[in-house]
Ligand binder design. Structure first.
Ligand code: GDP
Ligand code: MG
Length: 328
């Protein structure tokens, strides 16, 4: 088979809902294999309709358990759902945590559910690029919604979760970091604030605190406050509050559509994704040729000797990259 026909057949099989072809494509994307990139070029016109939902919050906050209940709810509505779980991988398990693997087993035989676990350790700077490409692949394959779960610790991880039409910000009672330690602005990335582990007594207070905080935000009168960010208390353990959460997600989608915010949101997402790619390309470019010929080191020495400023060094690197040193 020629390369071209291989690409054509892989993309057609993905479009036709072939799971093995999709799994192959995802692996190609994760490995930065050119095949993945080429297939995505063919598939991209078939994307853009899925509801991307980001979910982020502290490790152990109950995100994956909640996502499992969301899968159940979407399946009851007859919707196909894909989940991208980005986890700081443990060297012991090499990726998905045991609990996650057990949960994934539950949906193993259901063709309407596709869960992909990505270990953030493996990707470094390329994490964002890969996770978003995987989301596009799911979109082309007809999954809707697509949930991206990230641990809300690293900057990249939070950024990815906010690269969604609807972002759920999870807070759990008893994780030690109460509302008072929520970083300024952290609340703003949440379109829906979710208090998980609602079966715990402290959840009531946490939900109340979050509602008060949200109220303060509204009083400050931000222009974007036309969406009244709901605070939803859920218990995945007791399967409570899931319907309210699903309604809040659907309401947010309708709000995006009705107000024209969707257009703006989608463009912001594309803008950020292109910026991620540029960042990536520049970093790779700098790491490869310039470090190889010792150019980077010479620049570092010149800055250390106070001959040039760091800004001038950066400009020189960029000039070199845009001329002849850029790798293909
Ligand atoms: N009591 C209670 N515990 C929960 C609930 N949801 C999750 N947990 C527990 O919290 C821990 C972390 O859950 P997990 O979903 O893996 O958190 P993640 O790291 O945010 O994905 C696990 O031990 C879960 O059993 C809940 O609704 N109630
Ligand atoms: Mg998890």
């Amino acid at each position: 088979m020629t390369d071209a026909s291989q690409r054509a057949s892989l993309s057609e099989r993905v479009l036709a809902g072939d799971r093995r072809a999709l799994a192959r494509l995802l692996t190609s994307i994760e490995n930065d294999d050119p095949l993945g990139e080429q297939v995505m070029e063919r598939l991209f016109p078939h994307t853009g309709s899925a509801h991307l939902i980001g979910i982020t919050g502290p490790p152990g906050g109950g995100k994956s358990t909640l996502v499992n209940e969301m899968i159940r709810a979407y399946r009851e509505m007859g919707r196909s759902i894909a989940v991208i779980a980005i986890d700081p991988s443990s060297p012991l398990t090499g990726g998905a945590a045991l609990g996650d693997r057990i949960r994934m087993q539950e949906w193993h035989a259901d063709p309407g559910v596709f869960i992909r676990s990505m270990a953030s350790r493996r990707f470094g700077g390329g994490l964002a690029r890969n996770a978003l490409a995987v989301a596009h692949a799911f979109d082309a394959a007809g999954f809707d919604p697509i949930i991206i779960e990230t641990v809300g610790t690293g900057q990249d991880e939070v950024a990815i979760a906010s690269l969604a039409m609807t972002t759920l910000l999870v807070q759990a009672p008893g994780t030690g970091d109460g509302v008072q330690t929520l970083k300024a602005g952290a609340l703003e990335i949440g379109d829906v604030l979710v208090v998980t582990k609602g079966d715990r007594p402290e959840a009531i207070e946490l939900a109340r605190d979050l509602r008060n905080l949200r109220q303060l935000g509204l009083a400050a009168g931000s222009e974007l406050s036309r969406w009244d960010t709901p605070v939803i208390k859920t218990s995945a353990a007791r399967r409570e509050g899931i319907d309210s959460l699903m309604n809040a997600i659907a309401a947010h989608w309708s709000w995006l559509e009705e107000t024209g915010e969707m257009e703006i949101r989608v463009r912001t997402m594309i803008n950020t994704e292109i910026a991620f790619r540029v960042q990536d390309a520049l970093l790779q470019g700098i790491r490869r040729p310039v470090t190889r010929d010792g150019g980077m080191q010479r620049l570092v020495e010149r800055v250390a000797a106070r001959e040039i400023t760091p800004l001038l060094a950066a400009r020189e690197l960029l000039t070199r990259l845009s001329h002849n040193d850029t790798p293909p």
